[in-house]
Ligand binder design. Structure first.
Ligand code: SF4
Length: 459
């Protein structure tokens, strides 16, 4: 039987065993739905899938539904039922998919349900249940892509661009507004990486806590289940990924702005699902300077929240960055920043003297700070933070912790704990770690510390 609305595209001369995977397609509804179907079919063909004209010959079936009036809902539900009965593997997309649980209540066995205009989500589910056919050109590239990082850690970019307009920054004018990647694609990439031996996923973006705002936290799919395009849900799903030897992959969140919903990821850290590490760029502590900088979420009560986060997750490591000598910063405002650092007791701090970037709004602000004053403030801040860091690291002596080995040499191994992101934070030197390998997880006992690093021996 032919599937409605789609012509058969077959290579008759090949046996089924050697033909590319086949997708059946049922397209219902208005011209807008037809265009959505065309987009999905175009992607399928571009990736080498065949479009099958019968349920029996298809490896799975996509049903693009209509949900406009009752009779359209009925027709869509019937089409899904027919596809399930005749094929068994069905992905539902289109307007009916946007109407809550209607589809799942009627047909709980469907593989996934997406809303309209969801080409990326549909393709992510197709890839999951029907891997892409072999392509002699693109298959030279491994599924996890080409990486410049060592084999055991990788950066996963979850969005591009930024909706904020911090006055010292020109990224939005270079990269545009926030565009979040489909959550199914992000998870697929993370899974490929972990399958390929990556043990630590470093989640990056311009503004990680804004993930999904541009798509209204649209529900995508992962593992056949709905998954919201939202930082908490994404972090929890990534935290469930296991390496081939059954270890939970480390998930580290970078560039998290202190929106109220950031509080939701702290329990995931306390439960050990993701690393107890937040890279949260505060940039300053004084409200007037933060306003001049136009920083997102700058008015949240940061100190009280840090206290609360540490009560929930005592092992939490906080990293932040600050700009000193921003135009108009008075000595009192700078001292307020120093007081904040004393109070906040952040674990890791990066600081920079403000420097004008071509095209940044802050360039036209009055009262630029002379470079020598900027440098003097920067040195004072770094000295204070070194003392704080030294004290905080000293408290770790005698503790046992899990670390990830980065390098091994004759003098031992260099590893990182949950507190250390690669390249930017400290390291853990394991003096008796000569026999270890890069990428090993190992339990160590901390024996010594300095301002940034720890020394340890295998526990
Ligand atoms: S500094 Fe501000 S404007 Fe620039 S990327 Fe970060 S949040 Fe966006």
């Amino acid at each position: 039987m032919m599937i409605k609305g789609v012509k058969e595209l077959e290579i008759k001369s090949m046996s089924k065993q050697h033909t590319p995977p086949r997708v059946g397609f049922v397209s219902l509804g208005c011209p807008k739905a037809t265009v959505d179907s065309e987009h999905i079919l175009t992607r399928l063909r571009a990736e080498g899938y065949l479009i099958s004209g019968s349920y029996q010959d298809a490896d799975l079936v996509v049903v693009n539904t209509c949900g406009f009036i009752d009779s359209a809902v009925e027709e869509s539900l019937d089409a899904i039922g027919e596809a399930l009965a005749k094929n068994g593997k069905v992905i539902v997309t289109g307007c009916l998919g946007a109407k809550g649980d209607v589809v799942r209540q009627a047909h709980p066995k469907v593989l996934a349900v997406t809303g309209p205009h969801a080409t990326d989500e549909v393709m992510a589910v197709v890839h999951q249940y029907l891997p892409k056919p072999h392509d002699p050109y693109s298959d030279l590239v491994p599924p996890q892509g080409i990486r410049l990082t060592p084999k055991h850690y990788a950066y996963v970019k979850i969005s591009e661009g930024c909706n904020h307009r911090c006055t010292f920054c020109i990224i939005p004018s270079l990269r545009g507004d926030l565009v979040s990647r489909p959550v199914g694609d992000v998870m697929q990439e993370a899974q490929h990486l972990v399958n390929a031996g990556v043990r630590e996923l470093l989640v990056i973006s311009q503004d990680t806590s804004a993930y999904g705002i541009d798509v209204k936290y649209r529900t995508g799919f992962w593992g056949g289940k709905p998954l919201k395009s939202r930082m908490t849900e994404l972090a929890a799903a990534m935290g469930d990924l296991r390496t081939p030897d059954g270890e939970r992959a480390w998930v580290r969140l970078h560039y998290v702005y202190p929106y109220p919903h950031v509080d939701e990821v702290i329990p995931l850290m306390a439960q050990g699902k993701i690393l107890p590490y937040l890279d949260i760029p505060f940039q300053h502590a004084n409200q007037r300077i933060l306003k001049l900088m136009k920083r997102p979420a700058s008015s949240e009560n940061v100190l009280a929240r840090i206290k609360q986060w540490r009560e929930i997750c005592p092992d939490l490591t906080l990293r932040s960055t600050f700009i000193v000598g921003f135009p108009g910063e008075t000595e009192e405002e700078f001292e307020e920043l120093l007081d904040f650092l004393v109070e906040a007791q952040l674990d890791r701090v990066g600081a920079f003297a403000y420097s004008p970037v071509d095209g940044a709004v802050a360039n036209v602000l009055p009262d630029h700070i002379p470079p020598e004053v900027q440098q003097e403030r920067l040195a004072r801040l770094m000295l204070l933070q070194e003392e704080i860091s030294e004290q905080r690291l000293k408290r770790k002596i005698g503790k046992t912790m899990k670390v990830l080995v980065d390098e091994v040499g004759e003098e031992g191994a260099i590893a990182r704990s949950s507190s250390d992101a690669p390249e930017i934070d400290g390291v853990v030197y394991i003096e008796n770690g000569q026999h270890l390998n890069a990428g090993d997880f190992v339990e160590v006992k901390i024996t010594d510390s300095d301002t940034h690093d720890l020394w340890a021996e295998i526990a």
